[in-house]
Design a protein around this ligand. Structure first.
Ligand SMILES: [Zn+2]
Length: 765
């Protein structure tokens, strides 16, 4: 812990609840604490003061060095050793801990090759190699070579086409250039959308293979000095990752919806929907440059051009020919989830769950171990509190997941295996993953927005001493002042400018909350610091190492301590509140905002169509065409029909009234509830988020039950809110949009009805 953060807390007492109470309670008395009365808030702050004193950056540093000292991907000996090390630690700290094992399909490469054929033949190195000053970078004995998991394997030869980021708009641009990828091998650069969409969209467009490379424009020398001089991606660095179609369902591809236990019913590799059919390989920019340089054909459109010292062409007519072969071992592998429990004294059947994964792609110092050691530190500090005789009111569950990298597998299998129990007992799930210097970030369920804001306003930023909430507010103001500011940033700046809460961005996917939030309907958060480190440049490469983290992640471990403080407070307040600290007007505001956005999309489509029709009618494309570089005109769209949003209008108003009534009743009656009221409030709130789910799930992907937040089918990690309605509109499936306006409205009605019931039971005397 830094000097500054110790001063901010203002006391230096030994571990004693009574003494700490007197000290830290005075500092923060004025601030409200959701779920607590003034008296219980004072006791809770005292507890948090003692908790803070247990946090020790040097301890996290030692664990990080040990856990990242050898390759720790799924199946690596060190990954299992790490799980066993954590198990012993949790036990030592007084937790009831165990390892839960699942058996999952996890492909590992047997062989891979990539050759450029033709006049200037070139064989790709597909190898990262040691770097001076990075002590683990030469330790490749148990490491896997760069690859993307759940690509399709294959041995293909074909012409190469450069597809920019390989996103839908890039294919539209190629179509206007008259370039097809059918029967070709595509090369896409990382960025602009989730990795897995690149080979998936390539496959949909008829490509027979897919390469993905990291352009220096995005995380290499055009952004900063490269490792080891700076933190960014060196020429030979490769981003590994999963290309499993996680937008259909996450977890083991062979066991959707059920835990991958030893004798679970399994699909075959061929019938699993989430595995791709074409071979794919990630490569470095050192390997990509000769391939891109060999491409002829038309000049790549301006937005396709990266930072390599070449002229970017798309290929096509005058293409380079390449040979790509990938072969994997498709056997089942065991995975090890470490689960630790501290039983609650008042509501043992109410669980507050915290998780971070422990598997990496190679050494995984930042991703995931920087977050995992914070989770360990929290568990240690909470264990110390328990040794003084304190017990949480509700049960705490701390989990270190395995196999997140290949497809959120450890957390998803656990969530599926314990679905019924979790839907009955889990009040909330709090996730973290990579952590580094920078700004506090939290995304997730809006019922937890007030709790998060309150905690952020009491967590000091280690380098500036102001609260992490105030720093965030300053950033929103500055970002919103930019002429290119995003709408959500402007909204956040406007909300915080007049003293309001910063809105939580919604969760899409990309880490272990998905199984809890979107499959089971457990209120979830993802928290962490970031934006001022440089882990992006070594993301999923062999150089995401302890040495890199020490220089460019969080050299002082102060942001590791800051995360343990903020996430720990969120956990303690969820576990200890007189009632669960949830508030629902932030939910109704978010819903109103999402409805406004989806309506806006329809209007935007209509105006866009009219503009295009006008340009087409005036023959603007033909008239301005350059015959030497012809560009086809876009195709006209079928007209947008009128959509009837009245069901959502009515549901949103009802939700607004219900949320206000509930929040008012909660504020008035907290601390005055009888046993029966208290018990029914506990049950209501732990099942509340499930009110936002529908049993049938999203169209075409029934595993995703949440009707308010989902990963986008065409964005991957990026969130889509009111996803069934929004994605139907975005893809111009108007009838489906109309159907899901009604389905989503019904879900919101269920949620509002629960709040109405809750409000009247809180107020009943
Ligand atoms: Zn991760």
């Amino acid at each position: 812990m830094s000097l500054r953060s110790r001063l901010a807390l203002g006391c230096a007492l030994p571990l004693s609840l009574a003494l700490a109470l007197a000290c830290s309670a005075s500092a923060q008395t004025a601030k409200p604490m959701l779920g607590f009365t003034p008296d219980s808030a004072q006791r809770e702050r005292a507890l948090e003061g003692v908790y803070d004193k247990q946090l020790d950056g040097s301890e996290m540093r030692a664990w990080l060095e040990q856990l990242s000292s050898e390759p720790n991907h799924v199946g690596a000996p060190h990954n299992k050793a790490n799980a066993e090390f954590m198990l012993a630690k949790f036990k030592e700290w007084g937790w009831d801990a165990r390892i839960e094992t699942f058996y999952v399909l996890y492909p590992t490469p047997i062989s891979e090759s990539l050759d450029l054929l033709g006049p200037k033949p070139f064989t790709a190195a597909l190898h990262e190699g040691p770097v001076e000053g990075d002590r683990t970078s030469g330790k490749t004995q148990n490491a896997l070579p760069p690859y993307v998991a759940y690509q399709g394997d294959g041995d293909v030869t074909g012409d190469l086409v450069y597809v920019n980021y390989g996103m839908p708009e890039d294919y539209k641009a190629l179509e206007r250039l008259g370039v097809s990828v059918k029967g070709k091998i595509v090369i896409a650069r990382y960025g602009a959308g989730w990795r897995g969409l690149k080979p998936e969209l390539a496959q949909e467009h008829g490509a027979i293979g897919c390469l993905i490379y990291s352009d220096p424009a995005d995380d290499g020398y055009a952004t900063d000095d490269v490792w080891p001089k700076g933190g960014q991606r060196p020429p030979q660095g490769v981003q590994r990752g999963s290309v499993q179609r996680m937008m259909l369902y996450s977890g083991d591809p062979l066991t959707p919806g059920v835990g991958a236990t030893k004798d679970a019913n399994r699909l075959t590799r061929e019938t699993a929907q989430t595995i791709l059919k074409i071979p794919a390989l990630p490569i470095s920019y050192a390997d990509a440059q000769p391939l891109l340089e060999a491409l002829g054909g038309q000049m790549a459109p301006r937005n396709f051009r990266g930072a390599l010292p070449i002229t970017y062409h798309v290929g096509g007519a005058d293409a380079a020919r390449v040979h790509l072969a990938v072969k994997s071992d498709w056997s089942l592998k065991p995975i090890y989830d470490v689960i630790a429990t501290l039983k609650g004294k008042d509501f043992p059947d109410q669980w507050v769950v915290r998780g971070n994964h422990h598997d990496g792609w190679v050494f995984g110092a930042t991703d995931p171990l920087s977050g995992n050691v914070v989770l360990m530190e929290e568990a240690k500090a909470i264990g110390q509190l328990a040794k003084t005789g304190w017990r949480p009111k509700r049960t705490l569950v701390y989990a270190s997941w395995d196999a997140e990298e290949p497809g959120l597998i450890g957390s998803t299998e656990w969530a599926e295996a314990h679905a019924e129990e979790l839907q009955k007992k889990a009040l909330a799930y709090v996730n973290s993953d990579s952590n580094e210097r920078g700004f506090f970030g939290a995304e997730g369920s809006h019922s937890l927005q007030t709790l998060v804001n309150q905690v952020a306003s009491e967590t000091p930023d280690p380098e500036t001493g102001v609260s992490v909430a105030d720093r965030l507010k300053g950033k929103f103001m500055l970002d919103a002042a930019s002429p290119t500011a995003r709408e959500d940033v402007k909204l956040a700046a406007a909300a915080t400018a007049n003293g309001g809460e910063f809105p939580l961005p919604p969760l899409g996917s990309g880490s272990d909350y998905t199984g809890f939030l979107q499959h089971l309907g457990v209120a979830s958060l993802n928290v962490g610091f970031g934006g001022e480190g440089e882990m992006g440049g070594v993301y999923h490469s062999i150089y995401d190492s302890y040495d890199h983290f020490l220089r460019y992640g969080d050299p002082t471990f102060d942001y590791e301590v800051a995360l343990a403080k903020s996430a720990g407070r969120i956990m303690l307040r969820l576990a200890d509140g007189e009632a669960p600290p949830m508030r629902f007007t932030p939910v109704s505001s978010a819903v109103a905002q999402y409805l406004k956005e989806v309506k806006g999309l329809v209007d935007k489509d209509r105006t866009g169509d009219e503009k295009l029709a006008h340009l087409l009618a005036a023959k603007a494309y033909e008239l301005s065409n350059d015959p030497l570089h012809p560009l086809a005109a876009p195709k006209p769209e079928a007209p947008v029909p009128a959509l009837d949003f009245s069901a959502l209008d009515v549901a949103t108003s009802r939700l607004d009234a219900a949320a206000k009534a509930f929040d008012a009743a909660y504020a008035t009656n907290l601390g005055r509830l009888d046993r029966k009221q208290q018990a029914s409030l506990e049950t209501l709130l732990s099942g509340m988020e499930q009110g936002l789910t529908s049993a049938e799930g999203l169209p075409g992907r029934p595993w995703f039950h949440h009707m308010l937040y989902a990963p986008g089918l065409l964005t991957g990690y990026g969130a889509k809110t009111m996803p069934a309605v929004r994605e139907a509109i975005e893809s111009r499936r108007w009838a489906e949009a109309q159907t899901y306006i009604v389905v989503t409205a019904k879900t919101l009605d269920t949620y509002a009805e629960r709040l109405e019931r809750g409000a009247s039971s809180l107020s009943a005397k």
